[in-house]
Design a protein around this ligand. Structure first.
Ligand code: PLP
Length: 490
């Protein structure tokens, strides 16, 4: 093992230091008022290493990680597009990063203008009336949007509307958000192609229905062609339509949720609008509403006054507040920079390019991989594992083998509609050369599966960590050096 492949604790040598602290000008007086039980009796158990050890350790560690900046990342439903570095530069400008959320609005006019403009841009992109940028993530946006739905019915005195219809193919956050918002989930069936079964929907619609949650294109990457009929049926029954806009990417510049009949939606800025994500990094899930629902959006709100100044005003009829202050402002800045740098003309190409790339891969691979739903997809599609099932090579094996070839795996075993789901989303930012290389490798893995199945079943072999025992990793994760040592000695 190379020196810097070791854990930082293993590099530790007594007395080695990589820092120098200023002299403590308070001597021991600084601790005078501290209760005895809060005082540390023994020094903290930290690795004792030099500055160079630290730099090499973390730099080497960073190169073992997989990210959009290191390779192709076709993780379906996650829209792992490339995030231009200019977004980061804008978000880290001291004039923005140094703002305090409690400083007076007069002293933060530029930031409030960005905030206001982004609300307007999203409203235009979505075909809706107004947006709040407060929610921190997609699921948080869903919760906020469903609270809007609930408040809408409550404020009209229509309090028995407590049911939200959610398709059985929905993203797991949808039913969860409905429950958390205090509404009840009613499932509607999908047809074999993943779209909502309108005949199954009809009998579910009555005066207890608050609304329906949908994503379009659905989890299989297929466009719901009956959306106008569905919207009509739900509206006639007195319900509202909620659009899970996490998958907005393929529609950018082509179709607007507002025009499809949706009343409320969220957008994942950390998918469609180019903010790095994965590993739980900060996100943003702005929520938009159609005309007539604006007053229900959460506080605080940024308002543009007649004289052009920006102010922060609460609205009495609002559902309340759902975040501390204004949301993840850094993420909002990145989305703003992304939209402005693409401009209206180029933003229109995002959806069609993402769709073209997905269809190109799907058509190129369908002889080796089982395509359960033929036809044109949008930004992503699902294979049901290898076509030849006789070798025993599973979707998990193929996913691990892809790592050996330097590609991130697709989303696997989701959606649950198929046993061997493999969900591929290339996004619009990849070149033809990258797509061709991926296709080539997928063909090669299929060939390996029939000629030498054990090679694929044993993968990955070139990665830092080999195949994990997934149950143990989930149930007994080893998250500290001490636990690692204990497990090794046991
Ligand atoms: C990613 C995703 C979500 C959840 O977004 P988070 O920001 O992870 O909370 C919801 N719905 C769909 C369809 C998604 O793809």
């Amino acid at each position: 093992m190379k020196v810097y492949d070791k854990m930082i604790f293993e590099l530790s040598r007594p007395g080695r230091v990589g820092y120098e602290l200023p002299a403590n000008e308070f001597k021991n007086d600084a601790l005078a008022g501290l209760p005895a039980d809060l005082k540390r009796n023994e020094p903290l158990d930290l690795p004792e290493v030099s500055e160079m050890d630290v730099v090499r350790h973390f730099t080497n560690l960073s190169s073992k990680n997989f990210g959009v900046d290191t390779g192709f990342y076709p993780l379906g439903s996650c829209t792992m597009k490339y995030n231009p570095k200019i977004n980061e530069e804008i978000a880290s400008l001291g004039e923005f990063a140094g703002l305090h959320p409690l400083q007076p609005a007069e002293t933060a006019q530029g930031a409030l203008e960005v905030y206001y403009n982004l609300q307007q841009m999203l409203a235009e992109i979505a075909g809706l009336s107004e947006f709040t940028l407060n929610p921190y993530a997609g699921a948080h946006g869903e919760l906020t949007g469903l609270m809007v739905m609930r408040e809408y019915h409550n404020q009209r005195g229509d309090t028995k509307r407590r049911k939200v219809i959610v398709p059985d193919s929905a993203h797991g956050t949808n039913p969860a958000s409905a429950m958390v918002s205090g509404l009840e989930v009613v499932q509607v069936k999908s047809k074999p192609n993943g779209s909502i079964d309108v005949e199954d929907l009809k009998p579910l619609l009555n005066d207890e229905v608050a609304g329906i949650m949908m994503t379009n294109p659905n989890t299989l990457g297929m466009f719901e062609t009956e959306i106008l009929e569905i919207a009509d049926l739900v509206h006639k029954a007195g319900g509202l339509l909620y659009y899970d806009g996490a998958n907005l990417n393929p529609l950018l510049g082509k179709v607007r949720p507002g025009d499809m009949g949706f009343d409320i939606m969220h957008i994942n800025l950390h998918k469609t609008f180019s903010t790095p994500h994965g590993g739980g990094g900060p996100g943003a899930g702005p929520v938009g509403v159609r005309k007539g629902l604006e007053h229900l959006l959460p506080n605080p709100r940024v308002v543009k006054e007649a004289d052009g100044r920006f102010t922060v005003k609460p609205e009495d009829r609002s559902l309340g507040s759902i975040s501390t202050f204004f949301g993840n402002f850094g993420v909002l800045l990145k989305a703003y920079a992304y939209i402005l740098s693409l401009g209206k003309e180029n933003l229109k190409n995002v959806g069609p390019m993402a769709t073209l790339n997905a269809n190109y891969i799907k058509e190129s691979l369908k002889d080796d991989y089982l395509l359960p739903i033929p036809g044109n997809c949008k930004h992503e599609f699902v294979f049901d594992g290898l076509k030849d099932k006789s070798t025993g090579v599973t979707t998990l094996n193929v996913a691990k083998r892809l790592l050996d070839y330097g590609f991130h795996a697709p989303t696997i075993y989701f959606p649950l509609l198929f046993h061997e789901s493999m969900m591929i989303e290339p996004t619009e930012t990849e070149s033809l050369e990258t797509l061709d290389e991926f296709i080539d490798v997928m063909h090669r893995v299929a060939r390996e599966a029939s000629e030498n199945p054990d090679l694929v079943k044993d993968a990955p072999v070139t990665t830092i960590v080999r195949k994990l025992d997934e149950t143990t990793a989930a149930k007994h994760p080893i998250l500290t050096y001490k636990a690692y040592v204990a497990a090794k000695e046991a």
